[in-house]
Design a protein around this ligand. Sequence first.
Ligand code: BGC
Length: 449
Amino acid sequence: MVTKQFPPEFLWGVSTSAYQIEGAWNEDGKGESIWDRYSHQPNHVFNNDHGDIACDHYHRMPEDVELLRQLGVTSYRFSISWSRVLPRGVGEVNQKGLDFYNRLVDELLRAGIKPFVTLYHWDLPQALQDKGGWVNRDTASYFSDYANLMFSTLADRVHMWATHNEPRVVSFIGYGHATMAPGVADFSKSYQVAHHLLLAHGLAVREFRKNGHKGEIGIVIDSEHSFPASYQEQDLQAWQRYYEQDTGFFADAIFHGKYPEYLMNWIGPMQPEIKSGDMQIISEPIDFLGVNYYRGMEVSFHQTGGYLKCKTKHETLPMWGYTEMEWGIHPIGIQMVLKNLQDRYGDLLFVISESGCATRDIVDEVGYVDDKERIDYLRMHFECAWKAIQSGINLRGYYVWSLMDNFEWSQGYSPRFGLVQVNYDTLKRIPKKSFHWYKTVINYNGLFD
Ligand code: BGC
């Protein structure tokens, strides 16, 4: 019996991203991206893995859409590889790249699945990196031209658009920590990068509105459930800095048209250069906010905790535990994250644009994976999403990360996040137990005990 019914028309989906699944890194005119460059260099990615073939989705797309159809999702979130459609980031268009996404969108619509397109999931064309990447202000205008190209190609058939996926990761991990492409170990660039990403977002939203496209546009941020380790002043302030960098920097700019003052004062000379009119562009109204939710994080003050003077610890409770990547499972955090965003920014329309876990999958002799842990993880998180809706949060959909096992960035192919098992030798896909379980949830539009 269904005990937790979701609202009618609730969007049940799965998410993927281009570099993580497509492969065909240099085929049919595709240009090099920063992830191609980064992963081809030794010791950047675990096991020296790279996305040259990945799940070979570029060649197996109809088979993958068939999996989506069997799963019964009502929406599918995927990203466009910028360098597949504009090999050098600007200028010459690669028609074969556009054709691929045209076919994908058509296949989805034929299967009754609403396309949700992310324009930027971290794979900048290398040619633009060579001109300074996101440190270069011009990249924001190049992005807006690229967005326009995709709007004019697909907007007649696409329901939802996200400009960026998790700009925080690009700004502070791609730059700063440098454990992701482009691997620039310099935090003094991070805030300028973040500002240009946001500027690019705002310019694209303006273009979308100007041209009167149907469909909706938003952005995807990642918000962990972070909380202070104690109520001591030092920990509270450390947490505030952490939250403002992770979430506040991006969301304040978009919804309030300014950057968080406390954080800006703290970082002093690292503040980005902001030109007149930038914040108006960035705060152009959007239709929805995508939130990627994975884990809980405890934050405390630490003298040697970098320029933010913060120390973080993955946090969970014994009854929940940790995922295979040692991320702290924290289902209730989903309610808190959405509630905090609502309190800070008002009544927003949300989607959970990613949520899922890596598990220690054991493949049996016929290739089947009995991934009970993933089912448990999803059940607990769906339940909390349901509670969030009951408490008045306007949550429109939930996208599980991910449809299938794929290239997990600097961790290569070792973590497995998929509802579908991928054998990387044969590229055969086999739905796991969680796939069948999720199908039932979608079918009943709710959870049952
Ligand atoms: C990213 C995905 C990634 C997932 C799991 C998210 O932050 O958007 O690309 O695979 O987390 O790490």
